[in-house]
Design a binder for this molecule. Sequence first.
Ligand SMILES: *[C@@H]1O[C@H](CO)[C@@H](O)[C@H](O)[C@H]1NC(C)=O
Ligand SMILES: *[C@@H]1O[C@H](CO)[C@@H](O)[C@H](O)[C@H]1NC(C)=O
Ligand SMILES: *[C@@H]1O[C@H](CO)[C@@H](O)[C@H](O)[C@H]1NC(C)=O
Ligand SMILES: *[C@@H]1O[C@H](CO)[C@@H](O)[C@H](O)[C@H]1NC(C)=O
Ligand SMILES: *[C@@H]1O[C@H](CO)[C@@H](O)[C@H](O)[C@H]1NC(C)=O
Ligand SMILES: *[C@@H]1O[C@H](CO)[C@@H](O)[C@H](O)[C@H]1NC(C)=O
Ligand SMILES: *[C@@H]1O[C@H](CO)[C@@H](O)[C@H](O)[C@H]1NC(C)=O
Ligand SMILES: *[C@@H]1O[C@H](CO)[C@@H](O)[C@H](O)[C@H]1NC(C)=O
Ligand SMILES: *[C@@H]1O[C@H](CO)[C@@H](O)[C@H](O)[C@H]1NC(C)=O
Length: 406
Amino acid sequence: MLVKRVIPALAAIGSAAAQSRTCTVSTTTIHSQADATGLSGCRTVSGSIVLAEDAAGAISLSGPEEITGDLQILNNGALETLQSSSLETIGGEFKMNNVTKLISLDFSELESVGSLSWTSVTNLQTATFGPLTKADQVIISDTFLNTLEGIDLSTVRLLDINNNRLLSTFTSKLGSLSENLNIQANGLSLNVSLPNLIWIANMTIANVTDFQVPSLEIVNGSARFDSNYFSTFSAPNLTETSSGDISFVGNSNLDNLTFPVLTKIGGGLLIANNTALEKMTAFPELESVGGAVKLRGSFKEVAFPKLDIVEGAFDVASTEDINSSCDTLGKLAPSSQGGEGKVKGTYACTSKVADANDDTSSGGSSSGGSGSDSSDGGNNDNGAAGLVLNTALFGLVAVAAVASAL
Ligand SMILES: *[C@@H]1O[C@H](CO)[C@@H](O)[C@H](O)[C@H]1NC(C)=O
Ligand SMILES: *[C@@H]1O[C@H](CO)[C@@H](O)[C@H](O)[C@H]1NC(C)=O
Ligand SMILES: *[C@@H]1O[C@H](CO)[C@@H](O)[C@H](O)[C@H]1NC(C)=O
Ligand SMILES: *[C@@H]1O[C@H](CO)[C@@H](O)[C@H](O)[C@H]1NC(C)=O
Ligand SMILES: *[C@@H]1O[C@H](CO)[C@@H](O)[C@H](O)[C@H]1NC(C)=O
Ligand SMILES: *[C@@H]1O[C@H](CO)[C@@H](O)[C@H](O)[C@H]1NC(C)=O
Ligand SMILES: *[C@@H]1O[C@H](CO)[C@@H](O)[C@H](O)[C@H]1NC(C)=O
Ligand SMILES: *[C@@H]1O[C@H](CO)[C@@H](O)[C@H](O)[C@H]1NC(C)=O
Ligand SMILES: *[C@@H]1O[C@H](CO)[C@@H](O)[C@H](O)[C@H]1NC(C)=O
């Protein structure tokens, strides 16, 4: 039985490793179940497997426990189900792009992949893993999945979940993430819960209904929140962003923002066009900001009771009357503007600016000047020119948006 299976495998692959059950291929292409069955005698496929554009219907890849290279399916509009009851490890990339008929993927033993990149797998409704506990990078974009329960990573470098219209919950035991988390344009009510997350390098979160990070202590880079639907956001244990920004733009329901123990923002702070946010009192312990502070909104009160140093500009404008807040904040201004010099850049605090919510830019229009040391500069016309925000993160969002539009 076993022999009978191994022989066609070797014939199909045209390469030998008879005793070890390691089948060495550089890349083997599967057009049909017969080709897949040809690999069933291999415990390890040393090389990559490609499912061709004409691989159709139901395909089972049972037999191999490991693929050392990639598993790739590109531009396939015929495959409906893909299954393997044995595959545990894919050493390289598990890539699917433009696989439009696949409805279910059942890899019940798969626990480890080098990276996983699924884009435009537009009909995919269920994906079963071992669960998946090890991956360096996971990108899931434009699928029909309503849960990602099979993904159970405790650490990952990059996680990008976008344009999955049915996705309504994402709960993960993730403890750390070393490059970037991107979650955007998924289902209209996506609740994200990361109860164990302690540190994260960067995150860009958009179009989310609920976002819980109760244990988060450090953001090494930047955290950006755009166009979310939540009314409350709290990072109850976050003490600092080591080198990057905090930004909240266009979160139209947000009326309660709290960072109760945050003392340091390594980059800049941008809060703009969150029109329900009346009290800008989210940062009671904030002492230092490595970039600029730019606030635009319908605030009635703005307070930074512990703020001691702002390396860039400090620029607040509200549609409402914040004159009494401005009186207190004025002490932060540079001595040339009559303050105590805690703000190194230009200081501005303005009430009754009718179009305050229209200005959501991070400022600094020249692309070259994204260094973290613009301080005051000589030619600030409206205070915003001195802003320092980490353009790396904003650039990344643009790239993600382009990628998801493909
Ligand atoms: C997607 O794959 C189909 C074949 O299934 C192909 O006709 C189409 O051109 C591909 N689309 C893109 C954008 O590559
Ligand atoms: C982020 O900060 C944490 C806590 O200081 C540290 O352990 C981790 O190595 C940092 N990660 C990166 C990617 O800098
Ligand atoms: C999702 O968020 C993006 C910002 O990243 C925004 O441009 C877009 O309008 C939002 N979509 C919806 C449906 O709110
Ligand atoms: C999602 O979060 C919102 C806001 O916190 C909550 O009202 C809703 O019940 C949550 N939905 C699910 C499915 O957990
Ligand atoms: C928040 O931080 C405190 C002090 O480090 C710790 O005791 C507590 O368990 C943390 N809370 C959560 C939910 O992680
Ligand atoms: C994320 O943050 C780190 C700091 O920990 C920074 O060096 C890096 O450039 C950022 N990466 C991306 C992809 O934005
Ligand atoms: C704002 O949110 C915090 C943290 O979730 C909560 O403790 C507080 O009660 C909320 N405040 C209001 C006015 O709802
Ligand atoms: C706020 O203060 C500015 C300048 O001090 C003043 O011109 C303006 O009339 C004040 N607005 C209100 C509503 O008191
Ligand atoms: C501000 O947010 C509203 C939604 O609350 C949106 O319609 C408007 O386009 C946003 N303005 C800017 C300049 O982004």
